[in-house]
Every structure is written in C-alpha cells, then in structure tokens.
Design a protein around this ligand. Sequence first.
Ligand code: COA
Ligand code: MG
Length: 296
Amino acid sequence: MLEAILRPRRSVLYMPGSNAKAMDKAKSLGADSLIFDLEDAVAPEAKAQAREAVAAALRGGGYGAREVIVRVNGLATPWGRDDLAAIVPAGPGGVLFPKVDGPGDVTAARAAMLQAGAAPDLPLLVMIETPKALLALREIGQAAKAAALVGFVMGTNDLAKDLRAVLTPDRAAFLTALSMAVITARAYGLAAIDGVFNDIQNQEGFAGECRQGLQLGFDGKTLIHPAQIETANRIFSPSAQEINWAHAVIAAFAAPENAGRGVLKVDGRMIELLHLAQAKRLAATAAHIAALEQLG
Ligand code: COA
Ligand code: MG
C-alpha cells in the first residue's frame, strides 16, 4: 500500500485504449506510469473494442517496471462495470476512476473493483475534476483509507469545462483547486498528480507548467504525448544538489558528536529535525527513481 503511494509518478502518460499502436509504443517510452484510457479519449462506438484492446495489451505485458493504470468509465455510465469485468482479470497495475463527486463514489469504486475480482490492494486512483469533488475533498480524504485509495489525478480540462474557467498559462483560475487537492492528498497520505498540458508543440509552456506543479507540491504530471516525458521526468526528479543536501543532513544528524541534538548547522544553514524528515523523504524518492530507472 505504502509502496503504491510512494512509487515515482513523475510522468504519467495517457493514451486512448482504442490506440493499440500507442499502447505498443509505450513499452519503449520512459514514462513512470501509463494510463490506458477507456473514458473520454474513446468514442462511445469504440468503447467495446477499446476495452478488448486494453485487456489484450495488459495480458501481452512487456511494460517492464512501468505502472500500467487503466482509466475506466464511471459506474453511472453504461460501460463502467463491463470495463472492470474485462480489464481486472487481465492484471492492470491500478485502476483510475473518473469524475468522482464524493466519498460515496470512492467507496463504490473499490466495491466494484472487488466485485470484478480485484485484490483488495489493487491500487485505486481517482480523478479530481468536478466542482462537487472539490467541495468534498475532506470527505474523500477521510474515506481514502477504508477504500485503499492511493492518489488523486487532476482533471483540469473537465474542471475548466464545469467551472467555466479559462486555462491560462499561469492557471490562475485553478490554483485554489490544485492547492486544495494537494493539501488533501498530504493530509491523508495520498499521491497527487497534476493535470495535462494540451499544447503539445509548446515545450517551454509545458516546462513552466511542470515547474508550477512541482512548486504546488504535486508528485508528477499527467501527459498526453511522448514528447512531454523527458521534461516531466527531469523537473519532478530531485536535483543533484537536493540529493547532496539530503545526504549531508542525514549524515550530520547521524554523526556521534550530534547525538541527541535537535538543531544543527549544515553548509552554513540551520537545520532542525523537520529537515531530517524532509531529507529522508527526498533521499527515498531519489532511491525509488534510481531503482525504477535501473529496472527500465
Ligand atoms: N501515448 C503513446 N504514444 C503516443 C501518444 C501517447 N499519448 N501520442 C502519440 N504517440 C505516438 C504516436 O503513435 C506516434 O508514434 P509513431 O512515431 O510510432 O507513429 C508518435 O507518438 C508521434 O505522434 P504524433 O504524430 O506527434 O501525434 P498524433 O497526431 O499521432 O497524436 C494525439 C496526437 C493528441 C491524438 C495523441 O498524442 C493522443 O492520443 N494523446 C493522448 C490523448 C488521451 O489519452 N487523452 C485522454 C486524457 S487527457
Ligand atoms: Mg476528465
């Protein structure tokens, strides 16, 4: 469970479940996680075929250490339960539910997964993309443990539509929603993954939005095109400088002459025990990323 929450998700690449070629190509892409989409990227008339294509891709494997998540259709649609029945036995690495409005939807998602034969710890993630979900974040967080919820994925395009807000380069209209989701994720120990950047050609704009997501506290970003992977991996990885700092802090607190001390000086700066906790988390993230990249 903890492992499922902490694993690196710097780059989380969506692809339509109807696109077998993209699912094949993903085997050689450097994304930490993949999302095979059965929901909005698949037209209603293609749903059944996409479901079979996703099940076949899961069974075929070849994704190495990449986490392979399937985004199913919501349980209120004609497809949600059939999606689960088809893909759960094929062995996804996780299931992502769209458009949850509150804790009831999270609980129902887990129940439907169990009903489809999923192990109780098969990672469940939910999209935060409706106004109701934003108002119910606290209750969703409170329901997370019982439902073994692993994390939030921001759906900024759906939010823009429902809020009638405009996605500008600074995402001003979304900062409250993004921050509230990160705050809730941290309060309840969940992963938090930022929304997509639609303008595939605009690498500079994309990098800026990755940096903004990092500053807001997100673990990584959802992506729509392979050209976005490298930048997301770079920006959401701890820098060499941060890793060095983390090791220096850990070493300083471990030094025998500092035993029992709560505050020290490292590189001329004050560090307290809270920095030790932060350093340990950073070092663990860096180790997780190194292990993932080693596995390929
Ligand atoms: N995942 C995996 N491979 C992808 C990909 C993705 N999301 N997007 C593009 N590719 C592949 C293409 O198949 C193509 O492969 P090839 O070189 O082997 O032929 C290559 O990358 C270049 O693709 P390109 O021509 O630049 O893009 P496109 O016009 O084929 O596709 C989109 C553009 C937007 C339709 C496509 O990127 C896409 O479907 N993105 C994901 C959309 C999605 O899932 N949305 C739901 C959540 S927001
Ligand atoms: Mg959506």
